[in-house]
Design a protein around this ligand. Structure first.
Ligand SMILES: Cc1cc2nc3c(=O)[nH]c(=O)nc-3n(C[C@H](O)[C@H](O)[C@H](O)COP(=O)(O)O)c2cc1C
Length: 223
């Protein structure tokens, strides 16, 4: 299984989202999945913010683009290619000010591409092109935003991710949200991490079953 693994915490060794995403890949390997990872740290290799040149080039028909426009879109094209080459995505991120880290938003701005990750049919319907892949979002939050808590109405992260990725074809992503990891007592933080680790182990086992089914049917087709 080829996984496109993206981390986006500003923290490094101290980062919970990085630790959890690494543990998830280890879980998959322990389940016997043959994992190949394409890794991107958007805090080190941050995709460019949208520029005027990008905003014009991205909506121009491919055959009408100048060489300069093609050069403007080259890095975004390359990111899209990495998505299509993967069987699954693992996107890990902390919540920053109720939404996503800006480096991950820049990533989304680069991979939401007309004619590539979404296409428009003749009758005007949008068809997202990334419906083949399994998708896991691992989010870490300082507060507890689960239903019934004071901050539960402040979650602008989950709907933003669902909308952006739904548009490009991801209709059933899995979310593992570790919370509260900062603004709480030690006991609640430890419990939150344990819950997330247990959830990730369950997701890994589900993905392993999917992989066995997928590769098994591929083998049958080629037999
Ligand atoms: C700049 C910044 C903004 C944050 N904003 C929020 C927030 O709006 N809500 C929240 O619950 N936690 C917030 N946090 C806390 C982090 O989401 C939390 O500590 C998380 O576990 C960090 O993940 P990491 O360890 O992978 O960096 C913020 C942290 C930072 C550094």
């Amino acid at each position: 299984m080829k996984i496109f693994h993206v981390d986006s915490s500003a923290k490094r060794e101290r980062s919970n989202s990085r630790t959890l995403s690494r543990q998830f890949i280890d879980n998959l390997r322990s389940e016997g999945v043959d994992v190949e990872v394409d890794y991107l740290d958007v805090t080190a290799d941050t995709p460019a913010h949208v520029t005027e040149a990008f905003a014009i080039a991205t909506y121009r028909e491919a055959e009408e683009r100048t060489d300069e426009m093609r050069a403007t879109l080259a890095a975004s094209d390359a990111l899209c290619k990495r998505l299509f080459e993967a069987d699954a995505f693992v996107f890990a991120m902390p919540m920053y000010n109720w939404s996503m880290p800006s480096a991950f938003k820049a990533f989304i701005d680069n991979i939401t591409r007309a004619g590539i990750t979404y296409k428009t049919t003749e009758d005007g319907r949008i068809v997202g092109q990334l419906s083949r892949q399994k998708v896991l979002f691992i989010t870490t939050r300082g507060a507890d935003l689960r239903p019934g808590n004071v901050f539960s109405s402040m979650d602008a992260l989950t709907p933003a991710l669902k909308a952006a990725f739904g548009f490009i074809g991801v209709d059933d992503p899995t979310f593992v949200d570790a919370q509260p990891l900062q603004f709480s007592d030690q006991e609640a933080r430890v419990e939150a991490l344990k819950r997330a680790q247990a959830d990730l182990a369950a997701v890994a086992s589900e993905w392993a079953a999917w992989e066995r089914e997928r590769t098994g049917s591929e083998q049958l087709e080629t037999a």
